[in-house]
Design a protein around this ligand. Structure first.
Ligand code: SF4
Ligand code: SF4
Ligand code: SF4
Ligand code: FES
Length: 980
């Protein structure tokens, strides 16, 4: 085993390890200000100087080698560390007690303490710049900025938004946004990476300002007075005494600041972090240990928590009476629900009721909802919103490889040599996952192909961006597969060993010639050959896809074509390969995994399999319905047909997010009895008879499962507001009012019931998920999980995958002379889906106040449209009025409308056409006509939106430019600095 000595003691090292990591692991104290393990060596601070075989070197930039002799405490190393840190203090005023960042984890404070610095040689010099408060979420204070460059590195090479830089050649360098713009007018997407990694108070969340400390809320002049006092006594007392006072203050703060681990409530990436609260005030989100995200977040996860304390939270049950709602007690509301459910079941049978679970809520809550439907009511009419997006991807994977989930982890995407993104606006819909792809792409280790109608950020970064005609992805995927097989470039050994059905599949590919693809997709031969060549050239290929594939009438088949291509090219069963259907909501994977589906018990166990049903009957002590129930699309039809009388929906904005919203709303209005469980009075609540106030994620415990099948615990940070209750408690209450006698005291008890009934979750326990620990299913009884699926076999009876033959048919709802424009739609970075949660964060509203429609420059010129023009879009199903944004992100007669609207939802325009295999609405197949209503108006997006910024891409902090400054010299020459 390789070893090195640190201060004359031997320590083991791993090949390629950074010296600083070995030192830190050995628990030898070493100062390090700019180094952050998730950012790598930045080399700006010089505080980590050590002697390596007798010569001074930066520990963070040195690779540890066998036999090295390291001294961290020699006179020259110490002197260099002290000198380097002294220079840092020339950029930073130590006034810890009145600092918002004095919370025990300030790197500058702690390094001052570690080095025993009492006085500084380098005088503090303020910089000639104002503080910048122009971003709603964070502020920059140049006078406190130590120019460590962590923020720049995070922005350039981790988030890869490329907004930040430091112009080292300036007389007074500082951090620059877009080379010198106010933050609020820059390309900053407010992801918060820079704020999270800043080692001091130079970048602070605005929610922390004046809120964190006992003295930090004082008026500015009082704070300046206190800083003056601190600085006045420093020459006599030294920093030691001053730090002691501030450490008492930090200790006092810790008694009233709660730090609670939670999991993001927005998208399926599964970021986890600590939320800091003081009372009900959310001080900040502090990411660091999340297995999916580390220090990363996007604007929603970092700053989008305004919904939690929003004034319009539902805090008491409501009952409809004489056309309006009145407040009611829980007892009255629950008794009414139980009575009406019982009456309807008696009169019309259990299948006249239906249940929709929420993919925003926990696994335990989905489990209880399906148990309520099946075991208490007696129906399989149970679904969740994966029907609207991910069910086709699940089917495509079931058909070919056997598990309905991502075949690997986000780390596999990061290490792939080629990532193909199809129909996914990844940088906005799965921002943190996108950062990992962008980072590898920027490093040059990953090539990127993007297929999309719209030139989104990933498309702009791609090595190859293709724009096939709407609804034709299946064709080019199959044509490229056929070409690779026919030209002998498929992985025949892999196919022979691992894939069934090759002959039949090869035959089914006959129609998919390159010529057919050229004609139907509108792609050139060269483009198709380039795709094939890039796939062959890459040793590992991952395909990511999302709603741009699944929300089509051929969504399941196109998902299947993706998996077929991966099988034909041997891109399963290895790290850096596989299929990644990116799950939208934070727990849409978990809702399906835990049985909120009409045909599956938890763990995708079929309801019509007698042996499985018997298992659940025994466990639950009741007879269970044998036939699959209605999915949520079929439920709406069944209401219109008079078969479905009652629904219970929690955390799902059906009347806005279902396709053909007018049709859905008119169905909901026909229900005899409708129960909604929500945190706000949503649009769907308008149709309810009883509304039950629920708790958002920060007010409850449970687990979420992210897109990479990662199960994580969330802990309760706040008490439920008013009389609101966690959803699992409400579902249990209803079951018990119906006579069920459930008795769960905590969600862990629910999971203890789920695990033994669900083979893929068998080894899941709350203990194994403690803190930041996580498990990626399937989880064996001994707790071992599978970050990478299919390492030894596929999930099929004989362990082999299967090619699935496909045909292609025309998309539904195509443009014609009356409806001449194609309307695409999707998510935005800032708002989650329709925006019910995110509109309640003021800063997000400031950046994106309303919805809009993107119009191409060509179409804008034809129709006399400019930014701000009010247009009416009309489809065969409804109409909306929205303002235009003219952008070359869209082309010709294709429009794009984001989903973020409650007043003018895009789903008033979408149809009831569905994917033939899953009933997933073909949201992406919509044709509209456009009429200009007001030619001019204020632009719908403010100038401060990040899309109008001008990023400044560079390699990172580019520290070599600092080293070239005439006033820079490597520390180590100085011996004297006064210490204890
Ligand atoms: S995009 Fe903005 S918030 Fe994110 S790291 Fe860059 S500057 Fe910071
Ligand atoms: S603002 Fe950036 S450069 Fe300045 S101290 Fe913070 S992380 Fe370092
Ligand atoms: S919305 Fe998604 S990417 Fe953003 S912080 Fe939450 S989980 Fe992470
Ligand atoms: S920690 Fe090594 S140079 Fe900053």
């Amino acid at each position: 085993m390789a070893t090195l000595s640190i201060n004359n003691k031997q320590y083991a090292l791993q090949s390629g390890e950074r010296l600083i990591d070995v030192i830190l692991r050995s628990e030898v104290e070493i100062p390090h200000v700019c180094y952050h393990p998730q950012l790598g060596p930045i080399q700006t601070c010089d505080t980590c100087m050590v002697e390596v075989d007798g010569k001074l070197a930066r520990a963070c930039a040195t690779t540890a080698l066998d036999g090295m002799k390291i001294a961290t405490d020699s006179a020259s190393a110490k002197a260099a560390q002290i000198e380097a840190f002294d220079r840092i203090l020339g950029n930073h005023l130590l006034y810890c007690t009145v600092c918002d960042n004095n919370n025990g984890n300030c790197t500058v404070h702690n390094t001052t303490r570690m080095l025993g610095t009492e006085h500084q040689e380098t005088p503090y010099k303020p910089k000639p710049y104002e503080r910048d408060f122009s971003n709603p979420f964070y502020r920059y204070d140049p006078d406190q900025c130590i120019l460590c460059g962590r923020c720049v590195e995070a922005c350039q090479n981790l988030q890869v938004n490329e907004t930040l830089s430091i112009r080292w050649e300036d007389l007074h360098p500082r951090v620059l946004w877009d080379g010198g713009a106010p933050i609020g007018e820059s390309s900053c997407v407010s992801c918060g990476h820079c704020v999270t990694v800043c080692p001091c108070n130079a970048l602070m969340e605005t929610t922390m300002l004046g809120e964190a400390g006992y003295f930090t809320a004082l008026p500015e002049n009082s704070i300046q007075g206190m800083i003056g006092v601190v600085k006045g006594i420093e020459p006599e007392m030294g920093y030691g005494a001053i730090l002691e006072v501030s450490e008492v203050d930090a200790e006092m703060r810790s008694s009233r600041t709660r730090r609670t681990k939670t999991v993001c409530t927005y998208c399926g990436v599964g970021c986890s972090f600590d939320v800091w609260t003081r009372g009900r005030h959310i001080l900040k989100i502090e990411p660091e240990h999340g297995p999916a995200n580390g220090v990363s977040t996007c604007v929603k996860g970092k700053f989008g928590w305004g919904h939690v304390n929003s004034e319009d939270r539902l805090t008491t049950p409501l009952i409809r009476e004489n056309g309006s709602f009145r407040e009611a007690s829980w007892d009255e509301a629950l008794a009414l629900v139980a009575r009406r459910f019982t009456e309807i079941k008696r009169a019309s049978g259990p299948d006249s009721l239906a249940f929709i679970s929420s993919s925003k809520c926990t696994n335990e809550e989905s489990y209880l909802m399906q148990k309520l439907a099946r075991a208490v009511i007696g129906t399989n009419n149970m679904d969740n919103c994966s029907r609207y997006c991910q069910a086709p991807a699940t089917i495509g994977l079931f058909r070919t490889v056997g598990h309905g989930g991502d075949s690997g982890s986000i780390s596999d995407l990061e290490q792939a040599e080629l990532v193909i993104i199809i129909g996914s606006n990844t940088a906005e819909s799965h921002p943190v996952l996108a950062t990992r792809i962008k980072r590898s792409h920027k490093r040059g280790t990953l090539k990127l192909i993007v297929s999309d109608l719209r030139e989104n950020e990933m498309a702009r970064r791609a090595d190859l961006f293709i724009h096939p005609k709407p609804g034709t992805d299946l064709i080019w995927l199959s044509a490229v597969t056929k070409y690779l097989i026919d030209s002998g470039q498929a992985k025949t050994d892999f196919i022979r060993q691992w894939v069934n059905g090759a002959d039949e599949y090869r035959k089914s590919l006959e129609p998919f010639t390159l010529e057919f693809a050229i004609e139907r997709c509108g792609l050139t031969r060269d483009t198709l050959l380039q795709i094939a060549q890039m796939i062959v050239a890459a040793r590992s290929v991952c395909v990511c896809w999302a709603m741009g594939v699944t929300q089509h009438s051929m969504g399941s088949d196109t998902s299947t074509a993706i998996s077929n291509l991966l099988l034909a090219t041997g891109n399963y069963m290895r790290p850096g390969t596989g299929a990644y259907p990116l799950r939208g909501h934070n727990n849409v994977q978990g809702a399906s995994d835990h049985g909120a589906m009409p045909n599956y018990f938890p763990g995708y166990q079929k309801v019509d399999d007698p042996a499985i049903r018997l298992k659940f009957e025994k466990a639950w002590g009741v007879a269970l319905p044998p036939q699959p129930g209605l999915n949520n699309h079929q439920m709406i039809d069944a209401i219109h047909e008079g078969k479905l009388k009652s629904m219970y929906v929690f955390g799902e904005e059906m009347s806005l997010v279902d396709s053909n919203a007018n049709y859905v709303a008119s169905a909901l209005a026909k229900l005899d009895f409708f129960v909604m469980q929500e945190i706000f009075f949503s649009e769907t609540c308008r149709f309810a008879d009883v509304i039950l106030p629920a708790s958002p994620s920060l007010e409850k415990e449970g687990t979420f499962t992210s897109t990479e099948r990662r199960i994580q615990r969330l802990y309760q940070a706040l008490e439920p507001l008013g009389q609101s209750r966690p959803d699992w408690q409400i579902i249990m209450d209803i079951a018990n009012y119906l006579g069920a006698k459930w008795n769960y005291a905590h969600p862990s008890e629910i999971y203890a019931e789920i695990a033994p009934l669900t083979p893929i979750m068998e080894g899941v326990t709350y203990e194994r998920l403690e803190g930041y620990k996580s498990l990626q299913w399937p989880v064996a009884p001994d707790g071992s999980d599978q970050p990478l699926l299919y390492t030894e076999r596929f999930n099929t009876p004989d362990g082999k995958a299967k090619f699935f033959p496909l045909t292609w048919s025309e998309p539904a709802d195509q443009p014609d002379s009356a409806y001449d424009l194609h309307l695409n739609n999707g998510r935005l970075l800032e708002h989650f889906h329709e925006g019910n949660l995110t509109y309640r964060t003021e800063g997000i509203r400031e950046k994106v106040p309303c919805t809009f429609v993107e119009v191409s420059p060509e179409l804008a010129e034809n129709r006399g449209i400019q930014d701000g023009t009010l247009v009416e879009l009309a489809s065969r199903y409804g109409k909306v009025r929205v303002q235009a944004v003219v952008t070359d992100r869209v082309k010709d007669n294709e429009l794009y409308m984001p989903m973020n609207s409650i007043d003018e939802p895009v789903n008033l325009l979408t149809s009831s056409h569905t994917d033939k295999d899953t009933s997933t609405p073909a949201y992406k197949e919509a044709s509209v006509k456009l009429e200009v209503i007001h030619p001019t108006g204020p632009p719908p997006l403010p100038h401060s939106n990040s899309r109008y910024g001008h990023p400044t891409p560079q390699r990172g902090v580019e520290v070599e430019r600092k080293w070239k400054r005439s006033d820079y010299r490597l520390p180590g020459g100085l011996v004297q600095i006064q210490t204890k």
